[in-house]
Each structure stands twice: as C-alpha cells, then as structure tokens.
Design a protein around this ligand. Structure first.
Ligand code: KIV
Ligand code: ZN
Length: 511
C-alpha cells in the first residue's frame, strides 16, 4: 500500500494572483467544478478577505462542491480568519489555511514583528480558525529562507494549538531540490508530533525548480503538494499540477505515493484555465502543451509506429488528449447543445439564458461548421457578461486594409448605454481598432500585452485574443473570441476595459 499524496490545487487563489488573471465568480465556479471532476483533494477557492467578490466566490464554491475540500486563505489575523470561516461555512468539508511570514527579512522588514510576536500571532490564528473547522492548515510564508530552529519552534507551537497540515512554502522560489528535501527531512525529524500532521509543500518557479523541489520533498516525506493547473501563479508561477501528478504516476518506481486524480481530466482542465485566464499554454509545455505528444523527426515517428513505448513514456489519451472530440455542428439541436454544456459543467441559469446562448451557437455554427468544446467554453464565457458588467460593448465594425493603404477601423460602440461611432487609422487593422476604441472610450489605460491564439485547429478556427491593460496600478486581462481576429481583438480590448471599470479593489494576501 502506498501513502496518499494530497493534491491541493491553488489555481483559484495563487493562480489568480498572476498579473491580470483575475476571474469572475462564475469563471471560478466553472474551474472548481472541473477540479472536482478531476478528483482534486483540496481546492483553495480564494482569499475571502480580499474583497466582497472574493468572499462571494469562495462561498459559492463551498455551496457547490461536494467531493473536494474547499479552502480559503487567511492572513493570521482575526478579521481574515472570520471572513474565511464564514465563506467556507456551507462546505461539505471546509478548511482554513492561515499563514504568517517566518523569514528574518519578512519578519523585520514587512511585518515589523519580533519572532516571539510572530509565534504568538500564529497560535492565536489557529485558535480563531478552529472555531470554524478542525481542518486548519498553517503556512510559514518564506519558509524557504527561514531559520530552521525558528521553523521547528513555530511548527511545534501551531501543532499544539491544533493545526492539522503544516505547509513549508518556498515563497520566492529560492531553494534547490536537495536543500529543500533536507529541510523537510529535518523538520519531520525535529518537530514534536510531526507524525500527527500532514507535511505540505508549496513551491514557486522563479528558478524553474518548483516541480523538482516539490517532488524532492515528496521523497523526503511531504504528503501534500500545493500546485496549480498549467503552473499558473505569482511571478513565474507555482508547481504545475499536471507535471506533479504525472511524474508520481509515471515513475511509480521512484515515488512511494499515489494520487486520486482522474488524469483524463487534465487536458480539459488545462484548456479551461487557459481560456478563462487568457494565459496561453506554451506548445512545448510538458503534458498539456500542444506538442507534448507530437513526434516530428522521422526516426521518432518510425519508432513510435513500430512500438509506441520507444519514444513515449505516457499515453496521450491518459491525460485527456483526444477527449476533445467534435461535439456539435450547425444541425445540432437545442437538447444536444444543453447536454454538451452540462457535460462540460457549464451551468445554464434559465430557459431564456439557454435560448440566448443557443442563438449565438447557431450563428457561430454558420461561420464555422465544426464546434469543439473550446468553442463552447469561449461562447459561454461571453454569456456571463451582463448589462451591469458591460459598460463598453461592440455593436458593429468595419475594417479596411489594402496593400499600399493605411489600415483603418470604423466602429460603433455602446458606452454606458449611449451609442458612439469612432474611426481611426493605425499601423495595422488591430492597431486602428484599438485607437478607434480609445478615441471614444478615453480610458487612458496602457496596453501591456496583446496575444492571439487559435482556439482549435483549421483556418476557420476562432481566434482568441488576450489584451492586458493597466490603469492607475491595476492590471486586467480581457479576452475575446471570434472567427475574425480583428473583431476578437476589439472584443478583448473592450472586455479588459469593462473589468477595469467594474472590479473593486482587492487585497493581495502577500502585500
Ligand atoms: O507562496 C506562499 O508563501 C503562499 C502562502 C500564502 C502559502 O502563497
Ligand atoms: Zn504562493
């Protein structure tokens, strides 16, 4: 019998801390349902005290998810912990994850607290959290740069106070595998009652070592790994869930643990997260990159055809490649459409909502004959836009681009209920479209990123555009999808403007 390795997914919390990747409540719910379908053990649904929107998102996930534990992050203060406690109250299984920094630099420069005060605060935090649940996790932020004697002391104190999971984050991605594994081994040896708790790891990827560090720690005794889909997360991201899960499964000879994950749900989860956040997956990314199972060289192709295992250590279908079959076409009816949305975990709120989405599906099917799951996700993402969240809307567009002529865009937009026409020239049609929007929206925001991806294959694929805008220190990503990539670009720009317009200020737990 192997030990269970608990998979703690923090895509909805640490993943959401990636610049511009903030998600709406509906988007988070959709990802949470996919994580549950994948049989993730713990879903860190958010940081409930960050804003009212975050609180509501954690609460909705706690109300909806039945098979996974739902967790909220909280700094080690009473207000954060009580907000988390309230947010997870409806959960079938709820966890509070509280943290405080323990490295000399963080305690002195950020918290301005003495080590004694930090220990005292951590113990109090566990007490507040236990008023809501017995499932309390404690993290020593920046443990990777903390003194081992101090870690032993604070972990001893929080275990005595009732913490059940002890997390040792490499917050700034500074550790290397042997060192990190040695830290885990030492802690497990030296902390009293270490066998009564689950040891957890949480690694950031600043040196590209997050997965290697996490796996080294598993060999040293860690039994929970905190990770994210596609390795999304602060700065260079977190350890990637798909890489951890597949390493443990493929190298069962090396790791004394097994996970409960349904690996065939990995690729659908990766695509969903990428579409919702607008963070594309690099083609050569392990497991979920488009080329992860593609063999280009003749020698490799020949080998795989003769015997698959000559060059493949995993089967593409085991991680969900190929699950994305052609699902619907222009002759598909309303019931088939509804059934496929249900399979994808996309909720339909009412018959009216279904009719509206189905009409848009028919329009798309007229332009693009084969509709794949990714097309449905993109279509339904636009359905979550409501008049309250859509201050800026594209009504119609016309673009002119010809050899030797300056590209021009003419747009009709609705801004705050009033119709405006705008036109502009640019270095290309996308540039012209953005200038036309700015001519009437006058947002003054700065364009930080523009990227286009084909949602599926083929020249009739929808282009999916991500636009990152920044204004007054806030950064938002907008997405737009259309078979015409200039229209998709205009939609993405307007989507980012809508998010800048509507989203309330939120706290980042580490700031
Ligand atoms: O990186 C980190 O230290 C964190 C903690 C809050 C667990 O995300
Ligand atoms: Zn983190």
């Amino acid at each position: 019998m192997k030990d269970a390795l608990i998979i703690f997914d923090t895509t909805l919390r640490d993943g959401e801390q990636s610049p511009g990747a903030s998600m709406t409540r509906e988007e988070k719910l959709r990802i949470a349902r996919q994580l549950e379908r994948m049989r993730v053990d713990v879903i860190e649904a958010g940081f409930a005290a960050a804003s009212n929107g975050d609180f509501e998102a954690v609460r909705s996930i706690a109300e909806t998810i039945k098979e996974s534990t739902v967790c909220s992050l909280a700094r080690a203060n009473e207000n954060d912990i009580r907000r988390s406690g309230e947010a997870i109250r409806p959960a079938a299984r709820g966890r509070i994850h509280t943290f405080i920094a323990t490295s000399p630099i963080h305690m002195e420069k950020k918290l301005r607290m003495t080590p004694d005060q930090v220990v005292e605060q951590a113990v109090k935090a566990i007490g507040w959290a236990r008023e809501y649940t017995d499932d309390v996790e404690f993290s020593a932020e920046d443990a990777g740069r903390s003194e081992i004697d101090f870690l032993v002391r604070i972990f001893d104190a929080v275990i005595q106070a009732g913490a059940k999971t002890i997390n040792v984050p490499d917050t700034v991605g500074y550790n290397v595998p042997e060192q990190y594994a040695a830290t885990l081994r030492t802690l497990i040896e030296r902390v009293p009652n270490s066998d009564k708790v689950i040891w957890s790891v949480h690694c950031h990827n600043d040196l590209g070592l997050a997965v290697a560090n996490s796996l080294a720690a598993v060999r040293a005794g860690a039994r929970q790994v905190e990770c994210t889909i596609n390795g999304l997360g602060e700065r260079a991201g977190n350890a990637s869930l798909e890489e951890i899960v597949m390493a443990v499964r493929t190298r069962a000879d090396v790791f004394p643990v097994e996970t409960r994950i349904d690996t065939t749900q990995i690729v659908p989860a990766s695509k969903l997260v990428s579409q919702i956040t607008g963070y594309p997956v690099q083609p050569n990314k392990a497991i979920v990159g488009a080329n992860a199972f593609a063999h280009e060289s003749g020698i490799h192709q020949d080998g795989v055809l003769k015997h698959r295992e000559t060059y493949e250590i995993m089967r593409a279908e085991d991680v969900g490649w190929g699950a994305n079959k052609l699902v619907l076409g222009k002759h598909s009816g309303r019931n088939a459409f509804r059934a496929r949305l249900q399979d994808l975990g996309i909720e339909i709120e009412s018959e009216e909502h279904l009719n509206h989405a189905f009409a848009r599906f028919k329009e798309l099917a007229d332009k693009k004959h084969e509709i794949f799951d990714e097309d449905l996700h993109a279509l339904m993402r636009d359905e979550t836009v409501t008049p309250e969240t859509e201050h800026f809307r594209l009504v119609s567009s016309r673009f002119h681009s010809e050899t030797g002529e300056t590209p021009r865009a003419e747009l009709t937009l609705v801004i705050g209920g009033a119709e405006h026409r705008a036109q502009a020239e640019g270095s290309g049609p996308v540039d012209a479209a953005f200038k036309a929007i700015e001519a009437v929206a006058t947002s003054g925001s700065e364009l930080l990123l523009y990227s286009v991806n084909a949602i599926t294959t083929g020249t009739d694929a929808q282009g999916e555009v991500t636009v990152r805008l920044s204004k007054n220190g806030r950064v938002m990503d907008g997405q737009g999808a259309d078979t015409d990539i200039i229209v998709a670009s205009a939609k993405a720009y307007l989507n980012a403007l809508n998010k800048l317009q509507s989203s309330a200020q939120r706290l980042n737990p580490q700031v």
